[in-house]
Design a protein around this ligand. Structure first.
Ligand SMILES: Cc1cc2nc3c(=O)[nH]c(=O)nc-3n(C[C@H](O)[C@H](O)[C@H](O)COP(=O)(O)OP(=O)(O)OC[C@H]3O[C@@H](n4cnc5c(N)ncnc54)[C@H](O)[C@@H]3O)c2cc1C
Length: 222
């Protein structure tokens, strides 16, 4: 497989950093081709505006989706965005590694989606969900939480993690056509011992070695 891994964590020594490196080395060792975007290391700018484009459709009124359609037609995405789009188009599997922040994606990764998932190029004209541009590709969320597993069950004090992740898995990944694998969730790594954290890295590696045989999950709609 061609695997594209996106990391959204500001500290390389974090457990997210360790999970990211585990994914890169394990997948490469299994014979897969890997490309990465370490968003903080790249100083990726998450703010979406005219800087997404080298072209201008309407100089008087900035409407992002119309600029995106125009840029798709004339090749007008800024090199930073074009490079990310090409990795998306290249991959068979995309993996996002991130900590759960405020029940969602860290802003740098949300901003990456805002800028890279562009109308015309990655969705639009009826090409969404089952007819999405990236149909046939698969995606995997690999995330860590502060709260323990019992807090993220239905009725737990934070609520059902599947519902919390649905805007990401349905509203972003499936929207542009990806099939979604079961999320890989490390609950409360901060509360674990070093030995437990080393063991969970090996559990992740074991899952990655057989990822190719996994089936997509039903994410569910609203
Ligand atoms: C803005 C913000 C919003 C948040 N919102 C939420 C929320 O909505 N819900 C929620 O549950 N939590 C939330 N949190 C908490 C957050 O999700 C956790 O702090 C995060 O998931 C923990 O992952 P980390 O990589 O940052 O851990 P780190 O604290 O960086 O790492 C955990 C430990 O692992 C150790 N470690 C690193 N590498 C290895 C290795 N190879 N082997 C063994 N140990 C290793 C590190 O040294 C560290 O001691 C939020 C935090 C912030 C900052």
């Amino acid at each position: 497989m061609n695997v594209f891994i996106v990391l959204a964590h500001p500290e390389p020594q974090s457990i997210n950093g360790a999970l990211f490196r585990t994914a890169v080395t394990t997948l490469q060792a299994a014979g897969h081709a890997v490309k990465t975007s370490d968003l903080y290391a790249m100083h990726f700018d998450p703010v979406s505006d005219r800087r997404n484009f080298t072209t201008i459709n309407d100089p008087d009124y900035f409407k992002q989706q119309l600029e995106e359609i125009h840029a798709t037609e004339v090749g007008g995405f800024t090199p930073e965005i074009e490079a990310e789009m090409r990795k998306l188009e290249w991959c068979d599997l995309m993996l996002w590694q991130f900590p759960l922040w405020w029940f969602g994606l860290p802003a740098i990764l949300k901003g990456w989606v805002d800028r890279v998932f562009a109308m015309g190029r990655t969705y639009g004209l009826g090409r969404i969900y089952d007819q999405g541009v990236f149909r046939g590709k698969r995606a995997l969320l690999s995330l860590t939480t502060g709260g323990p597993a019992e807090a993220y069950r239905k009725g737990g004090f934070n609520g059902d993690i599947d519902v919390i992740l649905r805007p990401i898995q349905r509203g972003m990944l499936q929207f542009v056509g990806f099939e979604v694998l079961a999320p890989h969730i490390v609950y409360a790594p901060v509360r674990q011992t070093d030995a437990q954290r080393q063991a969970l890295l090996e559990v992740f590696a074991q899952r990655l070695r057989t990822l190719q045989t996994e089936s997509a999950i039903v994410v569910g709609d609203y």
